[in-house]
Write a protein that binds this ligand. Sequence first.
Ligand SMILES: [Zn+2]
Ligand SMILES: [Zn+2]
Length: 143
Amino acid sequence: MKTRRTRQLATIHEIVATAHDHPTAEQVCDRARRRVPRISLGTVYRNLQKLEEQQQVRVVHLHDRPTRYDGMLQEHDHFLCERCGMVADLAQSREARPNWSRLYRAGYRVRAQALTFYGLCPQCRRSEERPSRAGRDSAHQQD
Ligand SMILES: [Zn+2]
Ligand SMILES: [Zn+2]
């Protein structure tokens, strides 16, 4: 039989693994509460940390914004929309990489690398380009 702890860990893992919006710990906690009503944010943090150590989730650090969690395990880059906060997955681009052998010679040991691009997502860009139509067009509406 599964213990409470194991169930909590499995729930949190499933939430991150099936999310495509790179949720924050608070968002993971909100979603977990739908299934485990009294789960605390502290428990969520501890479980996220454990999952990160076990390499079952990835952590996305975004400059001065809250840490996000990612169920996509292969290396990839991110795009952060500075207006709506959406984080999109990008295939890793080879061109914009620092030269690893140069870093190595300078004494660094690189374990992993990830780039984050900052700007406007397509929806925010469209609404910015056509501010007069924004109301009528409702570019953010999704169906
Ligand atoms: Zn946006
Ligand atoms: Zn990602």
